[in-house]
Design a protein around this ligand. Structure first.
Ligand SMILES: [Ca+2]
Ligand SMILES: [Ca+2]
Length: 152
């Protein structure tokens, strides 16, 4: 009887002592999973401001490439360049894009001189692209067939 009680007590202690270990292991796995998820979230959002600036810069470059295509198609069809971006260009694009910020610093510029033109946009976080586009403004992304029409 004593032996069975002793076995019961030992078994009970073993079960009780294993349950916390099991919980600890599960908790450890859960904590590691949560920490991994948090780490991934932190890594993805290391610098959300920089990510947003890069996204806006990508949109600016793609918008200017669209405008470049529109201006060239207009030139081919009409044998002249549009006088401004407010010219009716609905034949060539649904909507003329505007800068994602569109304020006194960040806006799209267009200049033309009969058959030469330049499109320009100030980028927020892509200095290498602005410097190496062949234009005369290291602080702006320039596109066109005469990149001296718009000067810094
Ligand atoms: Ca430039
Ligand atoms: Ca220029």
């Amino acid at each position: 009887m004593v032996l069975s009680v002793l076995c019961f007590v030992v078994l009970r202690i073993a079960i009780v002592s294993k349950i916390p270990k099991g919980h600890t292991l599960i908790e450890l796995v859960l904590v590691m999973g949560i920490v991994s998820i948090l780490f991934a979230v932190v890594v993805l959002n290391v610098n959300p401001l920089e990510n947003k600036q890069n996204a806006r810069d990508q949109k600016r470059m793609s918008d200017l490439q669209l405008l470049d295509r529109v201006v060239n198609e207009y030139l081919v069809d009409k044998k002249t360049l549009p006088t401004s971006l407010s010219t009716d260009l609905s034949e060539y694009t649904v909507k003329i894009p505007v800068d994602p910020i569109d304020d006194a610093i960040y806006y799209y510029q267009y200049a033309q001189n009969v058959v030469t033109y330049e499109l320009s946009a100030v980028l927020e976080n892509s200095p290498d692209i602005s410097k190496n586009d062949g234009g005369n403004d290291d602080d702006a992304y320039e596109l066109g067939n005469d990149l001296t029409l718009i000067s810094p």
